[in-house]
Design a protein around this ligand. Structure first.
Ligand code: PLP
Length: 400
């Protein structure tokens, strides 16, 4: 008998978690591992944010909040969207969820029906296609090659849209490639969608503040205000304020959509953690120097890692423009044999052999829908990154 929900049964467990399990197994057996898989900043949450949470507990802010979130936090979120993103919004048009991930899931669950399609440009964050699958709809994966900067082109978008398309998911800066869309590129995508009024856009801006080389962040509604009534702009405190464990994400978008998501959330979580909401309020309204300081650290690490990777025989890595991931081609290692004699036929073979033989964990690009690449997260101190790059180099040099 089928005990599970059919959509859940057909979904894959998160591929990133699978690799994390293998790392855990290796560590449990006593072998050292340097993991370059982290999807979170390695910094601690800023002191004033932690203090705000402690104060919230001591002041008795320990009860249910409104389902859509604390009014003060929603006001701060609306102000953030207005000031930083040029989106003309009010607190009533915002929603607080338990992490950016829940914003995305709620939006999909609130809107998708069987047979609906969601355009997911690849390489993609692993959760997008699986969430679409969980909602009983179909992810239409559109490959975006390195030659287009791993970005969706207007032509590829136009070719992918059908009458069943409900959403296009955009993520800039991107996990896993670090690619950043310019305002012009977003406008060009909007041009295609303005002729396709049935398509909504989910703009995942979670890495907004991690952007390098003096580039300016752009988001769909800012680039093309006519997309406002069908774009859900999602963001959160996880990456910008090193608050992954606090689980606060938020969004602004059309009222009908936010209301549906709030209705769903009312039966699901009753709203995000009250203490975390107070902490997020402190993060958004307090001093912002942490954001710039950590961004600068990530930019230095990016430079160091990209330089090292490009010196490794068999690897090649364009400088990522944002986030904290490098997406390096390992095409030059395919068809070779590792020192232990394993034939490397795919990026997954490369990643597994590198873990077993050198104790360095990276994610195969194919887990994100494009191989043969390796995703290397540089959310780690520079000494450890240096050691990791040396181990990757030794691995590559030992292949024949
Ligand atoms: N979107 C992308 C592209 C991510 O990489 C992540 C986290 O890894 C999230 C959304 C979700 O972030 P959170 O749920 O912590 O806000």
């Amino acid at each position: 008998t089928q005990r599970l929900n059919v959509h859940l049964a057909a979904a894959q467990p998160s591929a990133t978690y699978r690799m994390i399990d293998r790392v855990a197994e290796r560590r449990a057996s006593g072998a050292p591992v340097i993991s370059l898989n982290a999807g979170e900043p390695d910094f601690n949450t800023p002191t004033h944010v932690r203090q705000a949470a402690i104060d919230a507990i001591n002041d008795g802010h320990t009860r249910y909040t409104q389902v859509a979130g604390l009014r003060a936090l929603r006001e701060a979120i609306a102000a953030k969207f207005r000031v930083e993103n040029g989106i003309d919004t009010r607190w009533q048009d915002t929603l607080v969820c338990s992490g950016g991930k829940q914003v995305i899931y709620n939006a999909l669950a609130a809107t998708l029906n069987a047979g609906d399609e969601v355009i997911v440009p690849a390489p993609y964050w692993v959760s997008y296609p699986e969430m679409v699958q969980l909602c009983g709809a179909k992810a239409v994966v559109v490959a975006c090659s390195e030659s287009s900067g791993f970005k969706l082109t207007p032509q590829a978008l136009a070719d992918a849209v059908t009458p069943r398309t409900r959403w296009l998911i955009l993520n800039s800066p991107s996990n896993p490639t670090g690619a950043v869309y310019t305002a012009e590129e977003l406008q060009a995508l909007a041009e295609v969608l303005l002729c396709q009024p049935h398509v909504l856009v989910l703009s995942d801006d979670i890495y907004e503040h991690l952007i390098f080389d003096g580039a300016h962040f752009a988001t769909m509604v800012q680039a093309e205000p006519r997309m406002r009534e069908r774009t859900l702009t999602m963001n959160g405190v996880s990456k910008a304020y090193a608050m992954t464990g606090w689980r606060i994400g938020f969004a602004t978008g059309p009222a009908w959509l936010l209301q549906a998501m709030e209705k769903l959330q009312g039966q699901q979580t009753s709203g995000a953690c009250s203490i975390s909401q107070h902490a997020a309020l402190a993060a958004l309204t307090g001093p912002q120097d942490f954001v710039e300081d950590t961004r600068a650290v990530f930019e230095r690490r990016r430079d160091a890692v990209a330089t090292r990777l490009n010196r490794i025989r068999g690897l090649r890595c364009a400088k990522p423009a944002g986030a904290f991931y490098a997406f390096a081609s390992c095409e030059g290692l395919i068809g070779r044999r590792s020192a232990a004699g394993r034939l490397l036929t795919s990026d997954e073979d490369v990643a597994l052999a590198m873990l077993d033989e050198k104790g360095v964990a990276v994610m195969p690009g194919s887990a994100f829908g494009l191989g043969p690449y390796l995703r290397i997260a540089y959310a780690m101190d520079e000494d450890s990154l240096d050691k990791a790059c040396t181990a990757i180099q030794e691995f590559a040099d030992s292949t024949s």
